[in-house]
Write a protein that binds this ligand. Structure first.
Ligand code: G4P
Length: 525
């Protein structure tokens, strides 16, 4: 196997999707613990008290000194090279969160066993479905009282409309959660704590599920119940095959506790086995035909999925994050920039090592590199050695918060317009138009805060933001002359002049869907 093939087959690039507080940060930390990148977990303390916009990743980076580009983190787990993408949640939730998912080959969906499938998870899952990203489900917090495992499986199926298949089954729940049954191997894996709060790996003992040792450890009554549940799963549950998982038809489900490390190692082991390595991506040729870009046989290609301005105030620069889709990347590579139709040298590609920026020399498909952006990159730009194709455009997501924005000082109008043009081109904010006015739209509050901050910092413009009462929106496909609009909704046009309607409430939107059966409502375009 040549170096490139080996590098591709060894890589797993994925994102963790979850609702805030389900345990994404804890699970990420445990991946680092089990990979040996850190020796003690549980260092990211006082999460709740931290500054709102500081992401958990930045904190990890400072406290651990490990390699995080602020967009992706790379390390090795049992000979597999892991690239975990940062999908900010909480207050940092923004369109970047969605776009970052497009750079993943696979996702881990973390669900809190006591809460089930929550709102943000649902939205992120929809993006995975749209992009055909296979999803593994990690049911977390099994050490706490929670919903019944069977109910959780049903909830995943009903809410997300995907088949679920339990790869393992919990032995005991809440305080009695002591292990899992591996359904494939027909073994019981028992865990024991080696440290307080799961700061060290959990010890595990594996015995046959039929063994007297397993029966004795589980207890005869619990063993009988467990046996019945497993039989029920065999009889009434779905089947599992890897292709269905890769096609997004079924999600393998694992029960565990990220905090105590119970079930964590078997999950990681199954993950590296199941998760796909970087695969071919479709692109368009200038003549409109499609071409499949193979990670191994196509020379270097990648696309920009995230831009970040002023990452380092000492450098006053902006960075573009590129997901490599094919071929080997070497420092200072000269590539074709499809949109601009010119050649560009990708100089000073960066990773973050030990909290300091350092230059990367080589990177492979699945890796994320950060390069300085001297104003030439926009979200979705394709870069390739050979040129001649453009990766499919990144989807745009239905905004959920809306506001008007004006410069405080009318004399600053010119700088304001310039700043807005730049920020919308970067994809930092969506700009909508009514007949007479401009409306700013975002999927997360932080996008507005960043926009105001950057207008002041980079363009010297103080602004006044006036929130608007709309709560959701939809692109409308169909003839707008025949669209029946409620009095409280507003028809606008997006940057590409596509019609969109803003609604006061999800209820208002539902009503409008019913009133307009001949129109299509799209949440993602
Ligand atoms: P997030 O990144 O998805 O937002 O979640 P995070 O990992 O920060 O976890 C949210 C809270 O849930 C944390 O508690 C964390 O310790 C706890 N947690 C995560 N996994 C488990 C688990 O398997 N079992 C239990 N019982 N708790 C879990 P916190 O009080 O907010 O923070 P901390 O002060 O404990 O760090």
């Amino acid at each position: 196997m040549d170096d490139l093939t080996q590098a591709v087959t060894k890589r797993r690039t994925f994102a963790i999707i979850s609702h805030p507080d389900a345990g994404k940060t804890t699970l990420t930390e445990k991946l680092l613990l089990y990979s040996g990148a850190i020796v003690t977990a549980g260092m990211v303390k006082g999460r709740k008290g931290r500054k709102a916009a500081a992401s958990d990743w930045m904190a990890m980076e400072q406290e651990r000194g490990i390699s995080i580009t602020s967009s992706a983190m790379q390390f090795t787990y049992k000979d597999t090279i892991i690239n975990v993408l940062d999908t900010p949640g909480h207050e940092d939730f923004s369109e970047d969160t969605y776009r970052t998912l497009t750079a993943a080959d696979c996702a881990i969906m973390v669900i809190d066993a006591s809460k089930g499938v929550e709102k943000q998870t649902r939205k992120l899952f929809e993006v995975c479905r749209l992009r055909k990203i296979p999803v593994l489900t990690f049911i977390n917090k099994m050490d706490m009282p929670g919903k019944e495992p069977l109910d959780l499986m049903n909830e995943v199926e009903n809410v997300l409309q995907i088949h679920s298949y339990a790869m393992n089954w919990p032995i005991g729940t809440g305080r009695d959660f002591c292990g899992v049954v591996d359904r494939n191997e027909n073994t019981s894996i028992f865990f024991s704590k080696t440290s307080h709060g799961g700061s060290q790996k959990a010890d595990l003992t594996t015995v046959s599920f039929q063994s007297s040792e397993a029966k004795q450890k589980i207890g005869s009554t619990n063993y009988t119940t467990l046996l019945e549940e497993l039989e029920l799963l065999e009889l009434a549950g779905n089947a599992f095959n890897t292709q269905d998982f890769l096609d997004g038809l079924v999600t393998p489900v694992f029960f565990a506790s990220a905090l105590t490390n119970f079930g964590v190692e078997p999950f990681f082991d199954a993950f590296i086995h199941l998760a796909p390595h970087p695969h071919a991506r479709m692109a368009d040729r200038p003549d409109g035909t499609e071409v499949s870009i193979d990670p191994i046989t196509t020379p270097f290609s990648g696309y920009v999925f995230k831009l970040q301005a002023n990452m380092d105030r000492r450098h006053r620069d902006s960075m573009a994050f590129i997901r490599i889709c094919s071929g080997r990347f070497d420092r200072d590579l000269i590539v074709k920039h499809h949109r601009l139709g010119k050649e560009i040298r990708l100089s000073r590609p960066h990773g973050m090592f030990a909290g300091e920026r350092s230059t990367l020399d080589i990177a492979y498909p699945g890796d994320i590199i950060g390069v300085i952006n001297p104003g030439v990159f926009a979200i979705g730009d394709t870069l390739s050695l050979t040129g001649g194709f453009n990766f499919k455009p990144l989807p745009q997501f239905q905004p959920e918060i809306f506001a008007k924005l004006h410069p405080k000082d009318v004399g600053k109008r010119k700088s304001f317009d310039k700043g807005i043009l730049q920020l919308t081109e970067e994809g930092a904010i969506q700009l909508l138009k009514t007949e007479h006015d401009l409306i700013f739209a975002a999927v997360g509050q932080l996008q507005f805060e960043v926009m105001q901050y950057r207008l002041k910092d980079e363009y010297g413009v103080d602004t006044v933001l006036t929130p608007l009462p709309y709560q959701c929106s939809s692109w409308i496909l169909g003839d707008m002359n025949t669209f029946s609009k409620s009095t409280s909704s507003l028809i606008v046009r997006d940057r590409l002049d596509r019609p969109m309607v803003l609604f006061n409430s999800p209820w208002d939107k539902q009503y409008s869907v019913k009133q307009n059966p001949n129109h299509q409502f799209a949440d993602i375009l």
